[in-house]
Design a protein around this ligand. Structure first.
Ligand code: AMP
Length: 477
């Protein structure tokens, strides 16, 4: 089946050809004709499957007809994070190049004044994170009564972040007669209930989870001792042993992201960081550096990196084993995209045994254990520090500086400060975070700290520089 068989307009077919796509992905084949026919839809799919185009393409054709009205967007796309919202906006730019649709992006960290101005001009597509949208709604700056098409994207992630109550409220502000499309990687009961309540006789489509079927990703577990010092040493050895063109390194906590990035830079790696405590311009600037190749390693928290679609990520490293098995699937899905091959390493400590069992259960496969390059054979129970120095690799992921700089960043003769193990790292192992601190799955209560990590709306004047291209609101013909 080709794109031409899906019922899309000639203008869209041209845009799709220009995007370089020869064939629709399974979710696109199944979703596009139904959406064009005006049906509600539940898509069980995650990023990497082409799900964004599965709703953006038919939306562009549907919205091609009709006119905008001030403060009354014609369609609404809800995204859990700013980055995802920005990415969907980029998709509208790409596929809507032959249409004249107006679009506004409502996300935290960007001046509200500009966003309101765009709404006043009337928009065909409003892409929003729930927090900022509710804020504007409560200030009477927006009317959703003309919004006949709603997309709830990454619904399970919305659940994790405590956005479900906001989404329920938003749904009640839209006309009852509307088309609703809901996408989610998984279908926990709360999401099923949401769909039952707000969707009308939806067509349900499920496409294979990339992590369970994507043989393009080589997955490896690397047993390491629990100390941060040993974990950083193991990570450096892995980075140096492989041909890392671009890699994303995931940590469970923002503080770990910051510390790890600092340490990697000290060892001469070209790394950057992205996490929820950074303001929006800083996050976008870091992403831009990564996309342009100015840095080739991005240390990230789950929330900031969720759904990031960056071409050519050769490696994913889980510096911390994720707390939720779903996060594992999302994290490793940043590599091996669009037919490319990728490698995903997960550092595992003896305390991670339960998490790993859950991951292996979810993905339905036993993941191979490998040793740290230059280290001992894998043994997850071994907590003794590795004695051998990591071997040097030839990969592009190795430090930009001299090959031995990583070993001796401080001086040529004395061991690096980190190799000497700073005092706090020689102290008894830091207590593991309580298991209760793991965010409860299926709990719709607002978890403020997770939520702030997800979307810190920040002050209104959070955006200081010029607006990037994707915040320009008119798609020109
Ligand atoms: P998504 O699942 O929406 O995050 O998309 C994953 C990646 O697949 C993006 O880089 C898209 O540009 C790309 N993509 C979407 N549809 C197709 C297609 N039909 N053929 C090839 N690549 C595609």
């Amino acid at each position: 089946m080709s794109f031409a068989d899906l019922g899309l307009s000639d203008e869209l077919l041209r845009a799709v050809t220009d995007a370089g796509y020869s064939e629709p992905t399974p979710i696109q084949k199944q979703a596009i004709p139904s959406v064009l026919m005006g049906r509600d839809l539940i898509g069980i799919a995650q990023t990497g499957t082409g799900k964004t185009a599965a709703f953006v393409l038919p939306m562009i054709d549907i919205l091609g007809e009709g006119r905008t009205r001030a403060l009354m967007p014609r369609s609404l796309i809800l995204e859990p994070t700013r980055e995802l919202a920005a990415q969907v906006a980029e998709n509208f730019d790409k596929y809507g190049v032959n249409h004249k649709l107006s679009m506004a992006l409502l996300i935290g960290g960007v001046q509200m004044g500009d966003q309101v101005k765009a709404l006043q001009g009337g928009v065909d597509v409003l892409i929003a994170t729930p927090g900022r949208l509710m804020d504007l709604f409560e200030r009477g700056k927006i009317l959703l009564t003309g919004c006949n098409l709603l997309v709830i994207d990454e619904a399970d992630r919305m659940l994790d972040m405590g956005f479900i109550p906001d989404i329920e409220t938003i749904c009640t502000k839209l006309p009852k007669q509307r088309q609703t499309l809901l996408f989610s990687a998984t279908m926990p009961p709360v999401i099923k209930k949401l769909a039952d309540k707000f969707l009308d006789n939806p067509k349900q489509i499920e496409v294979a989870r990339p992590a369970t079927t994507n043989t393009n990703i080589a997955q490896r577990l690397v047993p390491v001792p629990s100390s941060a010092f040993e974990k950083r040493k193991a990570l450096r050895a892995l980075l140096e042993a492989d041909d890392v063109q671009t890699g994303i390194i995931f940590c469970n906590r923002k503080t770990t992201v910051r510390e790890l990035n600092k340490s990697l830079k000290k060892y001469g790696f070209r790394s950057g960081e992205i996490h929820g405590d950074m303001d929006q311009p800083a996050r976008l600037a870091e992403l831009d550096k990564f996309k342009k190749g100015e840095i080739n390693l991005l240390v990230a928290s789950d929330v900031a990196a969720r759904g990031l679609d960056i071409k050519g990520v050769s490696h994913v490293y889980n510096f911390d084993a994720p707390w939720h098995p779903d996060d594992y699937v999302h994290r490793i899905g940043r590599t091996g995209r669009a037919g490319a091959t990728g490698t995903a390493y997960t550092l595992i400590t003896p305390e991670d045994a339960e998490n790993i069992a859950e991951i292996e259960k979810l993905t339905g496969q036993k993941i191979e254990r490998v040793a740290v390059p230059g280290g001992k054979a894998p043994d997850a129970g071994d907590d003794a520090p590795s004695e051998e120095a990591p071997k040097r690799g030839r990969g592009r992921g190795k430090p930009a500086a001299k090959a031995d700089r990583a070993e001796k960043p401080a001086s040529e003769t004395r061991p690096a400060r980190e190799e000497r193990a700073p005092r706090e790292e020689r102290a008894p192992r830091a207590p593991r975070p309580e298991r209760e601190s793991r965010p409860p799955r299926g709990d719709t209560r607002r978890d403020e700290s997770r939520r702030r990590e997800a979307e810190d709306d920040g002050p209104d004047d959070g955006w200081n520089g010029p607006l990037p291209d994707f915040l320009n609101f008119t798609l020109s013909a």
